[in-house]
Design a protein. Structure first.
Length: 286
C-alpha cells in the first residue's frame, strides 16, 4: 500500500506526508516480497476498459488508475489516471512492441505493470498458459526483464481466475500458489486475481480475497477483474453487491487496488455511452 500511496503523490492526486516505501525483500523461502503498511484510503479503484473514450467519464477522485488488457492506452485519460500496461500472453500479437511500450510509459505517470491474463484459463478470455514451468520461464523472459530498462516499475503476478480445477489441471489460487513457488527468483511485487460468482456470494468473495492475501505471502493484492456474473445479474443486484464489498475492500490492509468489470456501456457506463450508469455512479462515488 505504501507503493500506491507514493504513486498517487507522484501523480498529483493526493497531498500526504509518507515514508519512503521499502524495496522488495526476500522471505525465508527465497520469494520476493514487499514490506508495506496499509490504511483505509479512497483511491484503490480503477477502470478495466476497451473503449478509451469512457475513461473521460470518470471524474471521481476515487478512480485513479486504468488498464485495458494491453500495453497501449489508445488515447485514454492519462492526464488524470495512471495507465497500467499488461502483457496478456507470451504469444503474438500480445508481445509486439511490449518492451518499447513499457519503456515509454515508465518515463511518464506509469508506476506499475501487469503480468499475464488468466493463464490458468483455457477458454473465455484466458491466455491458456497452464504449464507452470512454461509460464514461469515466460514471466522471467517478458515480465521480469522489464526491470532492466524500467527499474521504477512495480510488476504484478499473472492474474488468475477463481476457478478450482480445469481440464488442464489446477486453476485459481492453487495455480497461483504453485506459480509463486516455481518463480521464486522472479521479481513479483504484487499479486493479481479475478473473481466472478453470484451477487449473493459476498461471503465467498471476502473469503476468496482473504485466502488470496495468504497465498500472496506478504505482497499487496490487486483484484483486476471482479463482478457478480455481469451478464446475468440485474443492475440493482450488482449495486447491492458493490455496496456490500467496497467498504470492506477499501478498509482491507492487504488489498491495494481493484477494478470492477467493467467500464463499458451497459455496465459502469450508460447504454448510450454518454455518462455513468447508476452502477457506475456507485462505483465512482460511494
Amino acid at each position: 500500500m505504501m507503493r500506491s500511496l507514493l504513486a498517487m503523490i507522484l501523480l498529483g492526486l493526493v497531498t500526504l506526508v509518507v515514508a519512503i516505501p521499502a524495496p522488495p525483500t526476500a522471505d525465508s523461502s527465497g520469494a520476493n516480497t514487499t514490506t508495506h503498511s496499509t490504511s483505509k484510503w479512497n483511491w484503490k479503484r480503477g477502470l478495466a476498459y476497451n473503449d478509451p473514450r469512457v475513461t473521460y467519464l470518470f471524474n471521481s477522485h476515487k478512480i485513479t488508475w486504468m488498464y485495458n488488457w494491453g500495453h497501449q492506452d489508445n488515447g485514454a485519460n492519462t492526464q488524470k489516471l495512471e495507465y497500467v500496461p499488461m502483457l496478456w500472453s507470451n504469444r503474438q500479437p500480445s508481445i509486439n512492441n511490449w518492451h518499447s511500450d513499457v519503456a515509454k510509459y515508465s518515463k511518464g505517470r506509469t508506476l506499475h505493470a501487469l503480468g499475464f491474463n488468466e493463464p490458468d484459463m483455457t477458454t473465455n478470455g484466458g491466455s491458456n498458459m497452464p504449464s507452470l514451468p512454461g509460464t514461469a520461464t515466460a514471466y522471467r523472459a517478458w515480465i521480469t526483464e522489464i526491470k532492466h530498462y524500467a527499474p521504477n516499475l512495480w510488476i504484478g503476478s499473472p492474474a488468475v481466475t477463481n476457478g478450482a480445477r480445469g481440464p488442464s489441471g489446477k486453476m485459481g489460487l492453487d495455480w497461483l500458489s504453485d506459480f509463486l513457488s516455481a518463480c521464486r527468483d522472479c521479481s513479483i511485487d504484487f499479486v493479481a486475481i479475478h473473481w466472478y460468482d453470484s451477487y449473493k456470494s459476498v461471503d465467498y468473495f471476502k473469503a476468496h480475497v482473504t485466502k488470496a492475501c495468504q497465498v500472496a505471502g506478504g505482497r499487496p493484492l490487486w483484484i483486476t477483474e471482479f463482478a457478480p456474473d455481469p451478464w446475468g445479474t440485474g443492475e440493482a443486484e450488482q449495486i447491492a453487491f458493490l455496496r456490500s464489498v467496497m467498504p470492506w475492500l477499501d478498509a482491507n490492509d492487504c488489498v491495494e487496488r481493484y477494478a470492477f468489470f467493467m467500464a463499458t456501456p451497459g455496465m459502469l457506463v450508460s447504454g448510450d455511452g454518454q455518462g455513468l450508469s447508476e452502477l457506475g455512479k456507485v462505483y465512482a462515488y460511494a
